[in-house]
Ligand binder design. Structure first.
Ligand code: AHM
Ligand code: MG
Length: 316
């Protein structure tokens, strides 16, 4: 392969963008861990681990392995103070005695129920300065997701924007899209949740998107579904409040906040229906949150229709 001077590795690109050294090191550690997860997805036998996570969901052997791969990498890198994983009960500290500088929330293998049907899955990561993890998402300094699809890509949101890196056959993440920007509106919608349990306002929103010509694009994996909206530069991903689940399904700290950070940095918007996701004050690491993530016009439409429906209900 001829030497290509234009190839920009993750580390070199982050340096070029002025990302502070420890944070740069931490993002690269996560990138390293993701290569092992990528390999594990291809090599591990399918099947349950015989355990459940804190949300009461059965864990696959691959959920447990991905969690161990990322936890041990972060716990031993000397850059992290505290960590929380969607697959573990409690916040835990670095395995080293040296104080790190950042704290990290991660969902090691989001969408793992799709592994047995060979659809894309992902890792989602949120990075905060200091030791505190239960705090609003606007205080994140970076967020990223890794998409294990036909290609393995990593989308990184940092202060100056959102960039995509692709894992090459030599095991290096190199820049594939710089400064991804959303349009004001898009053409696709990705509606999560059991539609029989939608609120009237949410049901009206979905009808309006459908009747307005938005095309349905839903795989059941948040990472590929959000990546779809982001790379097509617009549209809407939702997982709403449902009858019996007033805060929806997705987790604020592990899923909603990092994705909201990335979409806002790309010029999109992120709402929980009545307010900006990044301003939600968490009560616990396990909080859930309805999500409306996408381009500004669709997110504003969602807020407007939910508000209208709520005030009609009040007037009844
Ligand atoms: P998980 O963290 O247990 O994998 O659940 C999160 C996933 C998301 O990737 C996806 O958007 C959602 O659950 C799909 O849920 P549903 O099957 O209810 O549509
Ligand atoms: Mg998840």
């Amino acid at each position: 392969m001829p030497f290509n001077k234009k190839i920009r590795t993750l580390r070199a690109f982050l340096f070029e963008q002025g990302v502070e050294g420890t944070l740069r090191g931490l993002i690269c550690e996560i990138a390293e861990a993701s290569k092992y997860v990528d390999y594990a997805i291809k090599m591990t036998e399918l099947g349950f681990a015989g355990t459940t996570n804190v949300f009461g969901e059965k864990q696959l052997a691959l959920d447990v392995l991905s969690d161990e791969l990322i936890s041990s990498r972060l716990g031993n890198c000397g850059l992290v103070v505290n960590m929380a994983s969607e697959e573990q009960q409690n916040i835990f500290s670095s395995f080293l005695n040296e104080p790190g500088e950042y704290s990290v929330c991660f969902d090691p293998l989001d969408g793992s129920s799709l592994v047995d049907v060979n659809l894309a899955v992902g890792t989602i990561v949120s990075i905060y300065p200091g030791e505190d993890l239960v705090r609003p998402g606007r205080e994140q300094v970076a967020a990223l997701f890794v998409l294990y699809g036909p290609r393995t890509t990593m989308v990184v949101g940092i202060q100056n924007g959102v960039h995509e890196f692709t894992l090459n056959p030599l095991g290096s993440y190199t820049l594939s899209r710089e400064n991804i920007r959303m349009e004001e509106s898009g053409k696709i919608y990705s509606p999560g949740g059991d539609s029989r349990k939608y609120s009237p306002g949410h049901a009206a929103l979905i009808e309006s998107l459908k009747n307005g010509g938005h095309k349905l694009r839903y795989s059941g994996g948040m990472v590929p579904d959000i990546n779809h909206v982001l790379m097509k530069r617009g549209g809407l991903f939702t997982y709403p409040a449902l009858e019996g689940s007033p805060r929806g399904k997705l987790r604020l700290m592990f899923e909603a906040n990092p994705m909201a950070f990335i979409l806002e940095k790309a010029g999109g918007a992120a709402s929980e229906g009545t307010m900006r996701i990044l301003d939600v004050e968490p009560e616990s690491i396990q909080d859930r949150c309805p999500v409306y993530l996408g381009s500004k016009k669709e997110v504003a439409l969602a807020e407007k229709m939910l508000k209208k429906s709520a005030s009609e209900k009040k007037a009844e």
